[in-house]
Design a binder for this molecule. Structure first.
Ligand code: OFO
Length: 174
Protein backbone atom coordinates (compact mmCIF):
# COMPACT_ATOMS: atom_id res chain seq x y z
CA UNK A 1 0.00 0.00 0.00
CA UNK A 2 1.32 3.40 -0.96
CA UNK A 3 1.31 6.37 1.39
CA UNK A 4 -0.64 9.38 0.12
CA UNK A 5 2.57 11.33 -0.23
CA UNK A 6 4.28 8.69 -2.37
CA UNK A 7 1.13 8.16 -4.44
CA UNK A 8 0.88 11.88 -5.16
CA UNK A 9 4.54 12.14 -6.06
CA UNK A 10 4.28 9.13 -8.40
CA UNK A 11 1.25 10.70 -10.05
CA UNK A 12 3.19 13.93 -10.55
CA UNK A 13 5.86 11.88 -12.25
CA UNK A 14 3.20 10.40 -14.57
CA UNK A 15 2.48 13.96 -15.65
CA UNK A 16 6.17 14.62 -16.19
CA UNK A 17 6.77 11.49 -18.29
CA UNK A 18 3.60 11.97 -20.34
CA UNK A 19 4.46 15.61 -20.94
CA UNK A 20 7.97 14.52 -22.03
CA UNK A 21 6.43 12.10 -24.51
CA UNK A 22 4.26 14.84 -26.02
CA UNK A 23 7.12 17.32 -25.98
CA UNK A 24 9.36 14.97 -27.99
CA UNK A 25 6.50 14.08 -30.30
CA UNK A 26 6.05 17.77 -31.14
CA UNK A 27 9.80 18.03 -31.70
CA UNK A 28 9.68 14.98 -34.01
CA UNK A 29 6.97 16.63 -36.07
CA UNK A 30 8.99 19.83 -36.39
CA UNK A 31 12.13 17.89 -37.40
CA UNK A 32 10.19 15.88 -39.99
CA UNK A 33 8.67 19.02 -41.47
CA UNK A 34 12.08 20.62 -41.70
CA UNK A 35 13.81 17.76 -43.53
CA UNK A 36 15.67 16.16 -40.62
CA UNK A 37 14.42 12.61 -41.04
CA UNK A 38 17.05 11.01 -38.79
CA UNK A 39 16.45 13.52 -36.00
CA UNK A 40 12.71 13.01 -36.31
CA UNK A 41 13.03 9.18 -36.14
CA UNK A 42 15.19 9.62 -33.05
CA UNK A 43 12.55 11.86 -31.45
CA UNK A 44 9.60 9.64 -32.36
CA UNK A 45 11.43 6.78 -30.67
CA UNK A 46 12.29 8.95 -27.68
CA UNK A 47 8.64 9.95 -27.40
CA UNK A 48 7.62 6.26 -27.35
CA UNK A 49 10.15 5.58 -24.61
CA UNK A 50 8.74 8.40 -22.47
CA UNK A 51 5.25 6.98 -22.91
CA UNK A 52 6.61 3.64 -21.73
CA UNK A 53 8.08 5.39 -18.65
CA UNK A 54 4.64 6.85 -17.95
CA UNK A 55 2.90 3.48 -18.37
CA UNK A 56 5.34 1.76 -16.05
CA UNK A 57 4.37 4.25 -13.31
CA UNK A 58 0.64 3.85 -14.03
CA UNK A 59 0.90 0.08 -13.66
CA UNK A 60 3.05 0.29 -10.56
CA UNK A 61 0.61 2.61 -8.75
CA UNK A 62 -2.32 0.35 -9.57
CA UNK A 63 -0.37 -2.72 -8.54
CA UNK A 64 0.26 -1.15 -5.14
CA UNK A 65 -3.41 -0.42 -4.60
CA UNK A 66 -3.13 3.25 -5.41
CA UNK A 67 -4.99 5.23 -8.05
CA UNK A 68 -3.06 6.24 -11.14
CA UNK A 69 -4.28 9.56 -12.49
CA UNK A 70 -4.02 10.29 -16.20
CA UNK A 71 -3.66 14.06 -16.37
CA UNK A 72 -4.39 16.65 -19.03
CA UNK A 73 -1.24 17.75 -20.79
CA UNK A 74 -0.31 21.25 -21.80
CA UNK A 75 0.22 21.52 -25.55
CA UNK A 76 3.96 21.54 -26.23
CA UNK A 77 5.51 24.21 -28.39
CA UNK A 78 5.74 23.23 -32.05
CA UNK A 79 8.17 25.95 -33.10
CA UNK A 80 11.92 25.60 -32.94
CA UNK A 81 14.34 27.99 -34.54
CA UNK A 82 16.87 25.25 -35.28
CA UNK A 83 17.89 21.70 -34.40
CA UNK A 84 20.38 23.24 -31.98
CA UNK A 85 17.61 25.09 -30.17
CA UNK A 86 15.49 21.95 -30.14
CA UNK A 87 18.23 19.87 -28.48
CA UNK A 88 19.02 22.65 -26.00
CA UNK A 89 15.39 22.44 -24.90
CA UNK A 90 15.51 18.65 -24.81
CA UNK A 91 18.66 18.66 -22.70
CA UNK A 92 17.33 21.11 -20.14
CA UNK A 93 14.09 19.15 -20.00
CA UNK A 94 16.00 15.93 -19.24
CA UNK A 95 17.90 17.72 -16.46
CA UNK A 96 14.54 18.73 -14.98
CA UNK A 97 13.27 15.14 -15.19
CA UNK A 98 16.41 13.87 -13.45
CA UNK A 99 15.81 16.37 -10.62
CA UNK A 100 12.22 15.27 -10.35
CA UNK A 101 13.19 11.58 -10.10
CA UNK A 102 15.72 12.55 -7.42
CA UNK A 103 13.00 14.30 -5.42
CA UNK A 104 10.73 11.30 -5.79
CA UNK A 105 13.44 8.98 -4.50
CA UNK A 106 13.94 11.36 -1.55
CA UNK A 107 10.22 11.23 -0.71
CA UNK A 108 10.33 7.41 -0.73
CA UNK A 109 13.20 7.46 1.75
CA UNK A 110 11.39 9.97 3.99
CA UNK A 111 8.32 7.74 3.92
CA UNK A 112 10.40 4.61 4.39
CA UNK A 113 8.84 3.10 1.27
CA UNK A 114 11.70 0.87 0.21
CA UNK A 115 9.65 -1.05 -2.35
CA UNK A 116 8.95 2.08 -4.36
CA UNK A 117 12.51 3.22 -3.76
CA UNK A 118 13.67 -0.04 -5.32
CA UNK A 119 11.23 0.30 -8.23
CA UNK A 120 12.54 3.81 -8.94
CA UNK A 121 16.13 2.65 -9.36
CA UNK A 122 15.27 1.73 -12.95
CA UNK A 123 14.32 5.41 -13.52
CA UNK A 124 17.49 6.61 -11.85
CA UNK A 125 19.70 4.68 -14.30
CA UNK A 126 17.47 5.46 -17.26
CA UNK A 127 17.73 9.19 -16.50
CA UNK A 128 21.46 8.97 -16.08
CA UNK A 129 21.68 7.60 -19.61
CA UNK A 130 19.16 9.94 -21.17
CA UNK A 131 20.83 12.99 -19.71
CA UNK A 132 24.25 11.73 -20.84
CA UNK A 133 22.95 11.07 -24.34
CA UNK A 134 21.41 14.54 -24.56
CA UNK A 135 24.70 16.03 -23.39
CA UNK A 136 26.64 14.02 -26.02
CA UNK A 137 24.31 15.35 -28.70
CA UNK A 138 24.79 18.92 -27.46
CA UNK A 139 28.58 18.47 -27.55
CA UNK A 140 28.39 17.19 -31.12
CA UNK A 141 26.20 20.09 -32.15
CA UNK A 142 28.71 22.56 -30.71
CA UNK A 143 31.52 20.86 -32.63
CA UNK A 144 29.59 20.86 -35.92
CA UNK A 145 28.94 24.60 -35.87
CA UNK A 146 27.70 25.51 -39.35
CA UNK A 147 29.43 22.69 -41.25
CA UNK A 148 26.59 21.41 -43.47
CA UNK A 149 28.40 18.15 -44.26
CA UNK A 150 28.68 17.41 -40.55
CA UNK A 151 24.98 18.13 -40.12
CA UNK A 152 24.15 15.73 -42.95
CA UNK A 153 26.07 12.95 -41.19
CA UNK A 154 24.61 13.88 -37.82
CA UNK A 155 21.08 13.50 -39.16
CA UNK A 156 21.97 10.23 -40.84
CA UNK A 157 23.70 8.73 -37.78
CA UNK A 158 21.78 10.08 -34.80
CA UNK A 159 19.69 6.94 -34.31
CA UNK A 160 22.82 4.91 -33.69
CA UNK A 161 23.63 7.22 -30.76
CA UNK A 162 20.83 5.70 -28.71
CA UNK A 163 22.27 3.80 -25.79
CA UNK A 164 20.55 0.86 -24.15
CA UNK A 165 20.23 0.99 -20.41
CA UNK A 166 21.81 -1.88 -18.56
CA UNK A 167 18.81 -1.65 -16.23
CA UNK A 168 16.51 -2.05 -19.21
CA UNK A 169 17.47 -5.41 -20.66
CA UNK A 170 14.44 -7.31 -21.85
CA UNK A 171 12.25 -4.21 -22.09
CA UNK A 172 9.97 -4.09 -25.13
CA UNK A 173 10.35 -0.33 -25.40
CA UNK A 174 13.97 -0.36 -26.54
FE1 OFO B 1 11.48 9.52 -18.84
O1 OFO B 1 13.22 9.68 -19.16
FE2 OFO B 1 13.55 11.19 -20.21
O2 OFO B 1 12.53 12.39 -19.53
Amino acid sequence: MLSKKVEEALNEQILMEGASSNFYLAMAVWAEQNGYSGVSDFLYKHSDEERFHMLKLVKYINERDGVAIIPAFQAPTTNYGSVKELFEKLYSHEVKVTQSIGELVGICLDERDFTTHNFLQWYVSEQLEEEALAKTIMDKIKLMGSDSGAWYHFDRDILSLTVTSSADSGSAAK
